[in-house]
Design a binder for this molecule. Sequence first.
Ligand SMILES: *[C@@H]1O[C@H](CO)[C@@H](O)[C@H](O)[C@H]1NC(C)=O
Ligand SMILES: *[C@@H]1O[C@H](CO)[C@@H](O)[C@H](O)[C@H]1NC(C)=O
Ligand SMILES: *[C@@H]1O[C@H](CO)[C@@H](O)[C@H](O)[C@H]1NC(C)=O
Ligand SMILES: *[C@@H]1O[C@H](CO)[C@@H](O)[C@H](O)[C@H]1NC(C)=O
Ligand SMILES: *[C@@H]1O[C@H](CO)[C@@H](O)[C@H](O)[C@H]1NC(C)=O
Ligand SMILES: *[C@@H]1O[C@H](CO)[C@@H](O)[C@H](O)[C@H]1NC(C)=O
Length: 448
Amino acid sequence: MAASSSKLVRLLACFLLILLAAASTAAGHGVQPLSRIAIHRARVALEASAAVWASPELLGSKYQFANYSSDYGKSGKGALKFLLINQRQDFSFALFTGGLSNPTLVAVSNKIAFANPKAPVYPRLAQGKSWNEAERDGSNEYSNYQPGSLNTTDTLIKDLDNIDIVFHIGDISYANGYISQWDQFTQQVEEITSRVPYMIASGNHERDWPNTGSFYNGTDSGGECGVLAETMYYTPTENRANYWYSTDYGMFRFCVADSEHDWREGTEQYKFIENCLATVDRKKQPWLIFMAHRVLGYSSDFFYAQSGLFQEPMGRESLQKLWQKYRVDLAFYGHVHNYERTCPVYEKQCVSSEKSHYTGTMNGTIHLVVGGGGSHLSNFSVEVPEWSVYREMDYGFVKLTAFNYSSLLYEYKRSSDGKVYDSFTVHREYRDVLACVKDSCPPITPGA
Ligand SMILES: *[C@@H]1O[C@H](CO)[C@@H](O)[C@H](O)[C@H]1NC(C)=O
Ligand SMILES: *[C@@H]1O[C@H](CO)[C@@H](O)[C@H](O)[C@H]1NC(C)=O
Ligand SMILES: *[C@@H]1O[C@H](CO)[C@@H](O)[C@H](O)[C@H]1NC(C)=O
Ligand SMILES: *[C@@H]1O[C@H](CO)[C@@H](O)[C@H](O)[C@H]1NC(C)=O
Ligand SMILES: *[C@@H]1O[C@H](CO)[C@@H](O)[C@H](O)[C@H]1NC(C)=O
Ligand SMILES: *[C@@H]1O[C@H](CO)[C@@H](O)[C@H](O)[C@H]1NC(C)=O
């Protein structure tokens, strides 16, 4: 990849870089190769015969996955070339032997200083053309974790003149504890985030870690525990550690839940969700949207079908009364990497046989899984549930257009070509939702 030579760091090592070649024996968390080093067992044993030199000593720009000279194993000498992101601290480079399980520090390089160490690290601004290319040539991406994400970003950017706000509901960068991936992601979406609000939600890859208060006890955040997400992006939460919030934009109200914290009846989050849905003034925001990362509603992804639940355990049971009472129009989820749309549904029953033009009161909520933004795709169950109207295993995103207070257009587009593959409209009169303000919402009988 192209880069001006003044920004290159050249690292020369007169020693075997055994570390990179050694077989993995140490158990550790994470998918990134360096996470397998048993760093807690590291020893310092500096050796006069080992040395690392870093040059130039002053530099500006960024990080890139390093390339190395191929014959270092034979000669004992090697060079690494890479770029570093602007950092506040000086950098030194360390040389270890002993493989992954017995790391032994044998040499430390001279210090490298950054040209502009006081540059703000937040918000992160564009750093120029070469930064973008790191992702495009794949050199900065470990394990090709999100093969569809560049298409999604590119296709959104092409239509940006017609987009007012973007929601990205969890599993944002898949950094899993590796900050360089956040840098890469924030840059990837910079053309979007510099022009329209980019609203995120919390997913398992931002939040989950055992014994840290997350609802799920997995290790999917790689130890980030939501700190990186809440630092990189602003959201109008009352308490940023709890990633739920309400936001109105034009004719929409969005009630964004945090599926990584308990949402069940009696919890703080449940109260928030009810309050968000109950307080909307539908004269001003007639279109009421619920969002959460994990599928708290309906999905026939094979994983959710295996359990026979077709959802995250305890999702619908906890929330469907609220969706119905407050007449939530649409509920969006991610988490499973595919696209699926339900009929307007309540208690697993379709409450409308219509498929593409909904008129009058929405007698149930339409649930949408839009989880094909980037990461490897996931397949569906063989059995197609009655409530599943459209499902597709491809990369894509959804666009909502409120023409006015009574007309909404929904479009699912593929990331690869930006064309519409699924769509529907909703037409209704004011009174269809005005009947449902605050606590005066009349009950709806399913089965229309
Ligand atoms: C990395 O180095 C090898 C050998 O030195 C070279 O063949 C290869 O093209 C380099 N790759 C990149 C991306 O620069
Ligand atoms: C996570 O662990 C806590 C504490 O053991 C437990 O109360 C909770 O039910 C677990 N969460 C899930 C989703 O299993
Ligand atoms: C997905 O699953 C369906 C059956 O549910 C199967 O027919 C199809 O071949 C699968 N597709 C892929 C790409 O695995
Ligand atoms: C709302 O917009 C739709 C679609 O453009 C249009 O057909 C309809 O006449 C509009 N209704 C009102 C009340 O303006
Ligand atoms: C990205 O889009 C191109 C067409 O623009 C397509 O050929 C390619 O397969 C897409 N990549 C993925 C991973 O879907
Ligand atoms: C909701 O039910 C009413 C009464 O049965 C019906 O007129 C209306 O069309 C239904 N709405 C939708 C979107 O199907």
